[in-house]
Design a protein around this ligand. Sequence first.
Ligand SMILES: [Ca+2]
Ligand SMILES: [Ca+2]
Length: 321
Amino acid sequence: MFIRRFGGFWLVLGLGLVSILTPGRSEAEVLAQSTFDTDSDGWVVKDLAYTSPGAPPVPLGTFNPTYHGTGGNPGGYLSLSDPTGNTWFWNAPSKFLGNKQAAYGGTLSFDLAVTGAGTPFDEEDVILVGGGLTLVFTLPARPGTTFTSYHLPLTEAGWKRNTRAGVAATPSEMTTVLGALTNIYIRGEYLLSLDDVGSIDNIVLDAPGAVCDIQLGQSSFQNGEQISIQVFRLGNQKLTPLAIEFKLWLEVPGPVAVGLGQSGADGSFVLPAGFNQNFGPFNLFAVAPTMPRGSYAFNCRMLNPVTGALMAEDINSFEIH
Ligand SMILES: [Ca+2]
Ligand SMILES: [Ca+2]
């Protein structure tokens, strides 16, 4: 039944129905987030030991990052120029800490960018400390020079004890850490040189819920290039089936957005418990000379079909030059 519904959704995608929608940011299921709209939101940088931060890490120094009001993904973001020969990490403020057991089964998301000419090096990428335990996670790929989005599962999957070569974490260890979080460290430095700059935006700690995750292959496109969608993930992290109303749309230069698909307003679009599928990669369309130049966005949103409450959203801006 789900597959049939999803097939119907793609049929709608092909028809290209037009509607007007205004994007916003999701607050649903969010336990804590920093999007840096006005300031650094309490984030600081901690220098940890190179080549091993320790378990738990012992910070060697504290630095205040630079706040930028524009140039983020979108809006404001933070950056830091490599200050020392140690390895520096973003250090979460108190609203991300304490008892966050509700995040078990959910997601820790953030966007990172790194510039510089040095040789990349490996170290623990994300470190959770709490309840007498240290759990670490290795990112699937290093950040690029433009913002790269990461979505880490807050189950035991992929997490190790103490070091990135450590034993696999257990479910009870993850719930223990999440129940008494004292630190979340996210590595900001990936290059051995001292010319590197790391940036961060959109840190979000989510309780389990609906997932729509879109990731584009690049952020700007020219004539003849395909708008490539690398990741198009739909999911339900809950332990029970979840009815959603799904919307997919394209923002184009000008006031009118193009609806590409919607499904489930009648409650008939149900994601099975634990559903997690990436329908990408695929190409959205090729850039033609007749298309308006400017800012576009390819976006998805999931709503509660009864109340209309926002359950998940992903806004992905790109430019056509
Ligand atoms: Ca931002
Ligand atoms: Ca460096």
